[in-house]
Design a protein around this ligand. Structure first.
Ligand SMILES: [Zn+2]
Ligand SMILES: [Zn+2]
Length: 206
């Protein structure tokens, strides 16, 4: 599975394309919808689905437009299902004092769910803490595997836990869970540069 970062998305977010043959998944559609569609065209790929790492406004700016243009369903963990549709929960109101909300995603994900992309698979790992429904996506298998960490884990540090649904105790437990994955696994966070899982986890503890 290949990954392409369409940075910059809104407010410095990363927006990723996952590619397997002619199949694509758009992860956190925060880049302008035109640039997402251009990238899909360049890759000769169709968007099978839109995967959300969580429901905060800075990761979903193009969600409705992309759903409209591609017909691709939007998937989010059950715990964040209500976030896009409610500005007080997706943090737009909290940060800007204004209402901005999006359509409710099509499908709720659960921990351990396995998604198909072309001939390859993506595993959902529920990592609550930044929000109740934050997830990491483990993409591919073996040497080619990589982990999308959303705002759960960055190259250095973790996402804030003071917004709706945030919980620092849960975040600590989620990071402990990520310790069970191979430390050399590459990670691609929701903000900032890519990193190596073990080094990113160590940066949190130091
Ligand atoms: Zn967030
Ligand atoms: Zn974010």
């Amino acid at each position: 599975m290949r990954i392409r970062n369409l940075y910059p998305g809104s407010w410095g977010s990363n927006c990723y394309l996952l590619l397997s043959g002619t199949h694509a998944a758009v992860v956190d559609p925060s880049a302008p919808v035109g640039s997402i569609l251009d990238a899909l065209r360049e890759e000769g790929a169709q968007a099978d689905c839109i995967l959300l790492t969580h429901g905060h406004f800075d990761h979903i700016v193009s969600l409705d437009a992309l759903r409209e243009k591609t017909g691709a369903p939007a998937l989010i963990h059950a715990g964040d299902m209500e976030l896009p549709g409610d500005a007080s929960k997706n943090a737009f109101f909290t940060v800007f004092g204004m209402d901005r909300h999006y359509r409710t995603p099509n499908r709720a994900l659960t921990d351990g769910a396995r998604l198909e992309l072309g001939d390859e698979s993506i595993r959902v790992i529920h990592t609550p803490g930044h929000t109740a429904g934050s997830v990491c996506y483990l993409c591919g298998e073996g040497d080619g595997a990589f982990l999308l960490t959303g705002d759960t884990l960055f190259a250095q540090g973790v996402g804030r836990t003071d917004l709706y649904g945030g919980n620092s105790t849960q975040l600590t437990a989620s990071l402990a869970r990520l310790r069970s994955l191979p430390p050399e696994l590459p990670i691609d966070p929701g903000h900032g540069p890519s990193a190596i899982l073990g080094e990113a986890l160590d940066s949190v503890n130091n």
